[in-house]
Design a protein around this ligand. Sequence first.
Ligand SMILES: CSC[C@@H](O)[C@@H](O)C(=O)COP(=O)(O)O
Length: 342
Amino acid sequence: MKSMDGYSPIVFNDNDELLMLNQLLLPKEKLYVKARDVDSVCKAIKDMIVRGAPLIGIVAAFGVYLGVRECASKDELLGRFNSAVECLSKTRPTAVNLFYALDRMKAVVEDKIDILPVYKLIKKLRATAFTIWEEQKQQDEKIGQFGANFLKGKRRILTHCNTGSLATGGIGTALGIIKTMHRNGMLDIVYVDETRPYLQGARLTAFELKEEGIPFKIVTDNSCGMLARYGLVDGVIVGADRIARNGDTANKIGTYCLATMCKRHNITFVVAAPESTIDRNIASAEDIPIEERSKTEVLNCGGVRIAPNGSEALNFSFDITDSELIDAIITEKGVYRYPYEF
Ligand SMILES: CSC[C@@H](O)[C@@H](O)C(=O)COP(=O)(O)O
């Protein structure tokens, strides 16, 4: 399927099809992958055709709906619902928004199974997936405003990974703040970490910033020390995949190095995420599951093999930043400051 106007990361159309902009191909090609069943949705999340914690949750909610939409009886619905949830919950372990969205869908079934006829329950699940998406858009706007206010005067911002529309379905979280700052004339330049191995920065964040007309420079992931030493960065804003009760934050690998460098150079370091990224079941970093992905992602670059045959690799997809390194955590509710107690 050819691309649509703009770059909505997903479209759910009237034919009950989930179209997902294939983020593996961006920015070269804007192609949508179509899913009509839950297995295709699971594969798209696992393969990172769609990615970014909030978007993973939204897509999973539509996946649940696709898994049950043809059920004729309550028994059938319960069976298919449980297997859809099981399949989706195994796709990516770190982004807690996935489990948040699945819990929202579970709550609908638990609340309504005895009250609604099957066809209405199915309709309600479809509507809930749209609601989760809509809420995310509104949360992004609020995060953007709180963040821009907090970062007033910090005109040169560095960001890591992709936390924009492609990661949330709204304006984005950390990148939403950057977009808001730009719209308010508060920004001079964005430094974009390329974010090996998937290159969310060099491919996806750069793509979004270009679309928005925001000035940016892509830097290698190991540039932060030099940028800091030369005094080129006033603030760093990143997203999160899971935040523990004490504020410890799991985010894309490389985030911890950035936060440490910021502390040494007195640069403001901010995490931006919706409240749904806060996992109140987890006290600290110890309990955050960290996804390890295939070594091929590291041994290759841009799909081309770069390492000698027989090389081994270690591919942690996320790292943990201790809460004391984080100057503020910004959600749709406002600005939290250290020490955090969620
Ligand atoms: C608003 S997106 C927040 C995080 O999910 C983001 O910073 C990130 O680490 C994305 O990781 P990804 O592996 O691309 O899904």
